[in-house]
Design a protein around this ligand. Structure first.
Ligand code: FNR
Length: 383
C-alpha cells in the first residue's frame, strides 16, 4: 500500500484488512444503491469559486455544533457493529474523536456499551437512540446515557422498518455473526483482524444484551432486534423522549421540509439532513441536494446538520456553504478504523481537516464560520 492521502486510500486498505462480510456491511446501501451513490456524486457536481489575492493567513476551522466547541464542524456519525470493523472499534473511534476535538456518537447497535465508552473518554460524547417497541428498554438507555454524561441525544427517525441491503443478505450477515465455512474463510484470510479480536474481551452488543427484556444472551438478539423497530413511532413519541431526556436533542433522518418543520415544532436543538447513508429508502434524493430547501424552511430557528456522502474536506465546505452548521462522517471513519484502528480514524479526520483548510484558503476565506453560497457556482438541481 502506497501513501494514504485521501479517504479512498483508507477504504482500499480496509477492504484488504476487514473480513468481507463486515467490510461490505459498511460499504453498502439499500437495494440498487442509487441513493448511496447519489450522496457522493451530487457533491462532485457542485463547483467551488476560486478567489485570488485575498489575505488568507491565520485561518480557523473552529466552530460550534449545538453550542459545543469543535475544532472543525465534522462529527463521527453513529454506526452499528463498529466493533466488527476493528476490535474495540467504538472505544478507539471515541478516543480518536476526543483527541481531535470533534463529537463522537455512539450507536444503540454498537458492540461496546455506553459505559465502555465513558470508561475510556474524559469528555462527554453523544448517544444515538433507536426507539424500540420496548419502551422500558428505551428509558433504560436514556438513563444510562444520562448517567454516562452524554451531552446530546441523537434520535434516529428513519428506521421504523429496516431497509434491505443485498450485500448483507448475500453474505449471510447476521447478529451475532454465524460461523459458516464461508465466514470462517473470510476471517481466516484477515489474520490481523482476527488477532485483534482475540485480544479483546466479550463486549458484544452490550447496550442491549442483558438490558432488554428477553435478551439474556447473544443468541436471542437477532429475533429481538427484528421485531423491535417501531412502525408506530410518532411525533408524540419524540416529544415524550425529549422530555425524558431533558438535554440537547438532535433529530436524525430528516429529508423533507415538512418533516423539518415538524422537528422545529418539537423544540429539537438540531436536525440531521440524512438518508441514513443510502441504507434505508433507495431512490430518495441525496442529502446535499435537499439541504438548501430544508435550510430555507427552518431558517435560523434550529441548527441544520448534514450527513451522507462526505468523502473530503471539500464536501464539508460545500455543505457548510449551503447552510449546514455541522456535518458527520460515517464510512470515512469506519474505513480508517478497519484499515489502521485508532490511528486510521485520526488519519481520516486529518485528511478531511487538511482538505477543508486548503480549500477554504483557495476560495479566499479565512474563517469557516464565514462561508456561504457565494463560494459556489451552483447548487445541486433536484432531478
Ligand atoms: C450507519 N448509520 C446508522 N445511523 C444510525 O442512526 N444508527 C446506526 O446504528 C447506524 N448504523 C450504521 C452502520 C453503518 C455501517 C453505516 C455506514 C451507517 C448511518 C450513519 O449514521 C450516517 O447517517 C451515514 O453513515 C452517513 O453517510 P456516510 O458518511 O457513510 O456516507
Amino acid at each position: 500500500m502506497g501513501a494514504i492521502l485521501e479517504i479512498n486510500d483508507l477504504k482500499k486498505l480496509a477492504e484488504r484488512r476487514v473480513p468481507k462480510m463486515f467490510f461490505d456491511y459498511a460499504n453498502s446501501g439499500a437495494w440498487t444503491e442509487s441513493t448511496y451513490r447519489a450522496n457522493e456524486e451530487d457533491f462532485a457536481k457542485i463547483k467551488l469559486r476560486q478567489r485570488v489575492l485575498v489575505d488568507i493567513t491565520d485561518r480557523s476551522l473552529a466552530s460550534t455544533m449545538i453550542g459545543q466547541e469543535v475544532t472543525m464542524p465534522v462529527a463521527l456519525a453513529p454506526t452499528g457493529l463498529t466493533g466488527m470493523q476493528h476490535a474495540d472499534g467504538e472505544m478507539l473511534a471515541a478516543r480518536a474523536a476526543e483527541e481531535f476535538g470533534v463529537p463522537f456518537t455512539l450507536s444503540t447497535m454498537s458492540i461496546c456499551s455506553i459505559e465502555d465508552i465513558a470508561s475510556v473518554t474524559k469528555k462527554p460524547f453523544w448517544f444515538q437512540l433507536y426507539v424500540m417497541r420496548d419502551r422500558d428498554f428505551v428509558l433504560n438507555l436514556i438513563d444510562r446515557a444520562k448517567a454516562a454524561g452524554c451531552s446530546a441525544l441523537v434520535l434516529t427517525l428513519d428506521l421504523q422498518i429496516l431497509g434491505q441491503r443485498h450485500k448483507d443478505l448475500r453474505n449471510g450477515l447476521s447478529a451475532p455473526p454465524k460461523f459458516t465455512p464461508k465466514h470462517i474463510y473470510q476471517m481466516a484470510t484477515r489474520p490481523r483482524w482476527c488477532l485483534g479480536m482475540l485480544g479483546t474481551s466479550r463486549r458484544t452488543f452490550r447496550n442491549i444484551v442483558g438490558h432488554a427484556k428477553g435478551v439474556g444472551d447473544l443468541s436471542s438478539l437477532s429475533a429481538w432486534t427484528n421485531e423491535q423497530f417501531d412502525p408506530r413511532l410518532s411525533w408524540d413519541d419524540v416529544a415524550w423522549i425529549k422530555e425524558r431526556w431533558g438535554g440537547k436533542l438532535i433529530l436524525k433522518g430528516i429529508l423533507d421540509k415538512e418533516d423539518a418543520l415538524m422537528a422545529l415544532k418539537t423544540g429539537a436543538d438540531a436536525i440531521i439532513v440524512s438518508n441514513h447513508g443510502g441504507r434505508q429508502l433507495d431512490g430518495a434524493p441525496s442529502s446535499i441536494s435537499v439541504l438548501p430547501e430544508i435550510v430555507e424552511a427552518v431558517g435560523d430557528r434550529l441548527e441544520v446538520h448534514l450527513d451522507g456522502g462526505i468523502r473530503s474536506g471539500q464536501d464539508v465546505l460545500k455543505a457548510l456553504c449551503l447552510g449546514a452548521r455541522g456535518t458527520y462522517i460515517g464510512r470515512p471513519f469506519l474505513y480508517g478504523l478497519g484499515a489502521l484502528g485508532k490511528e486510521g480514524v485520526t488519519l481520516a479526520l486529518e485528511i478531511i481537516r487538511k482538505e477543508l483548510d486548503i480549500t477554504l484558503a483557495l476560495c479566499g476565506k479565512r474563517n469557516i464560520q464565514d462561508v456561504g453560497p457565494d463560494l459556489l457556482y451552483r447548487t445541486v438541481a433536484r432531478e
